[in-house]
Ligand binder design. Structure first.
Ligand code: ZN
Length: 342
């Protein structure tokens, strides 16, 4: 059962929001687009896991997509995590092009693409670190210990070679087509239930509660100032960032589109670029609202949590607001882009 459905990664959404609000003439614009291409490719690799996992017994397995957990001094994010009464498995997706060689002496991963060799992060070590951290998290949170396995999963078109004797790579690297046979093998290996169904349900609830999606601050990554972000409400029809609020609706001066809720994707953009905290002043500034009373009314209608009671009240945009309105945040051009491989 898909208990944590795969939503488009916050990183992809944040880069899309930024790319849509930084001028295409800006020096950093090509870098933003390149980061977006890489993040989209990663997301696509994770998404390709959905089909083989759909074939699993829904009663037997809980599937967590993009689960992120924070320990006392570490954090871990799992592309795909499978949980059962008998064992659990981490699948780390790798959507790489070309030929990937796992070399043993010295231990390294080389990718050959268009005749050019490139050193890559070793998925064997990544999976080992994920397993180590997940076990630590279970132990820090006094959770029951289940046998834990981990695999780096490559798309079917990637050619993989593994040096003879590199047993760790042979054991933990696989192609996406083999996911189901791996799970069947694990089912024959772990035949004793460690958890009752009730305990498994409890563990599922605790993992969902502990899930903490992270929002990366791309303004600092690209060394951008707030003034370099284009503000305003985007027209849902023509895409112009110039909608004006009058007579209780948003009006586009270019295509004459009228909308009641065109500000929602802009609030999502604000969250993705600046974070969840927004003041009355920020709200007016970002949406180009000239009237304080209109801004107050609009903010109140959104029912965000208020922090502080004076003039400096801050409103907190909840994560659920983003996931619930994700479709509306698509501006039609950027999200429609191809999600290629890395
Ligand atoms: Zn328009």
């Amino acid at each position: 059962m898909d208990v944590l459905p795969r939503t488009i990664l916050l990183k992809v959404l944040a880069l899309e929001a930024l790319a849509g609000r930084v001028s295409s003439n800006h020096l950093k614009y090509p870098q933003i687009l390149e980061s977006l291409r890489l993040e989209r490719a990663g997301y696509n690799g994770e998404k390709s896991m959905d089909y083989p996992l759909k074939l699993l017994d829904k009663e037997k397995y809980f599937i967590f997509n993009g689960l992120r957990l924070e320990g006392t001094d570490f954090a871990l994010q799992l592309d795909t995590y499978l949980l059962s009464q008998y064992f659990s498995v981490i699948f780390e997706s790798k959507n790489w092009n070309g030929q990937v060689c796992f070399k043993q002496k010295p231990c390294q991963v080389v990718r050959i693409l268009d005749g050019i060799e490139q050193g890559m992060p070793n998925p064997v070590e990544q999976v080992k670190t994920q397993k180590y951290n997940l076990n630590r998290w279970y132990s820090q949170n006094q959770m029951p210990v289940l046998p834990l396995e981990g695999y780096g999963v490559f798309g079917n078109s990637t050619i993989i070679t593994i040096d003879k004797g590199y047993y760790e790579a042979e054991k933990s690297i696989c192609k996406i087509d083999y996911i189901n046979s791996i799970i069947r093998k694990l089912e024959t290996l772990y035949k004793t239930p460690i958890l009752t169904q009730k305990e498994l349900n409890k563990l599922k609830r605790r993992l969902l509660k502990a899930n903490t999606p992270q929002l990366k601050n791309y303004l600092s990554t690209f060394n951008l100032h707030q003034s370099e972000v284009r503000t305003g409400v985007r027209c849902p029809d023509c895409g112009l960032l110039a909608m004006e609020y009058k007579k209780s609706s948003w009006h586009c001066p270019s295509c004459e589109c009228i909308s009641d809720d065109a500000h929602i994707p802009s609030i999502i953009d604000y969250y993705l670029i600046f974070g969840p905290m927004i003041s009355h002043q920020d709200f007016k500034w970002f949406l180009h609202l000239h009237s304080s009373s209109v801004a107050t009314k609009k903010l109140a209608s959104l029912k965000f949590e208020k922090i502080g009671k004076t003039k400096s009240t801050i409103h907190k945009i909840p994560y659920e607001f983003i996931s619930a309105n994700q479709e509306k945040s698509k501006n039609g051009t950027l999200l429609a882009g191809k999600c290629g491989k890395v």
